[in-house]
Write a protein that binds this ligand. Structure first.
Ligand code: SF4
Ligand code: SF4
Length: 192
């Protein structure tokens, strides 16, 4: 009969509407911004730069190779490579980004920068409340805005962050020079 589908749909809506006063599971909206639904672990928004340790400058994993800048489809990453080098997490001297900007008003959240980075140096964030009143460069995130501690990455993506830590620790262990062999035991003193 014509209209049966509409009536069935309205019955479901009515059941959920009335039921939401008695069962919390039927209430699918929350009182945002006071209440927030947890975001799924794989939710992504804009990139950020995780750093190790306490110092965002010293701990950045980025070596300014510019692969992400080249591969970013809308070209919203801008990097200036340093002239000097600093030790990376394996104590290997590496270049670092003197400037690292992302224009998130252009970024399309594709995650390609994350996929192509060989150094686990850029990851996707979950922050979404980023609207600004200013019209010009308020959405141009600079290195200091993008740098966030590895603990933050663990808090938003625990599974991925643990995998990345394990991968980096394994790489660091492989690169460590072998411990020098123990000196041979001294020959016993000859009897007088
Ligand atoms: S997420 Fe995509 S668009 Fe955004 S900076 Fe990365 S590569 Fe560029
Ligand atoms: S974030 Fe990764 S790909 Fe981009 S410049 Fe730094 S090390 Fe290279």
């Amino acid at each position: 009969m014509i209209g049966t589908g509409i009536l069935k749909g309205m019955a479901v809506t009515a059941r959920n509407f009335v039921g939401s006063y008695f069962e919390k599971d039927r209430l699918i909206t929350v009182q945002y911004p006071e209440e927030r639904n947890p975001l799924p672990e794989n939710y992504r928004n804009f990139p950020f730069l995780p750093y190790d340790g306490d110092d965002p400058e010293a701990g950045l994993r980025c070596v300014a190779c510019k692969i992400c800048e080249k591969e970013c489809p809308p070209q919203c990453i801008y990097i200036v490579k340093s002239e000097d080098k600093k030790p990376d997490y394996m104590d290997k001297p590496q270049f670092y980004p003197k400037v690292f900007n992302i224009d998130i008003s252009v970024c399309m959240s594709c995650q390609i920068c994350v996929e192509v980075c060989p150094f686990e140096a850029i990851k996707m964030d979950k922050v979404f409340e980023l609207s600004r009143r200013e019209r010009f460069d308020a959405l141009l995130l600079r290195k200091s805005d993008l740098a966030k501690p590895n603990e933050y990455y663990h808090s938003i993506c625990p599974t991925d962050a643990a995998e990345v830590d394990a991968k980096l620790a394994e790489a660091a262990a492989k690169k460590k020079p072998a411990a020098p062999a123990a000196p041979a035991a001294a020959p016993p003193a000859s009897a007088a």
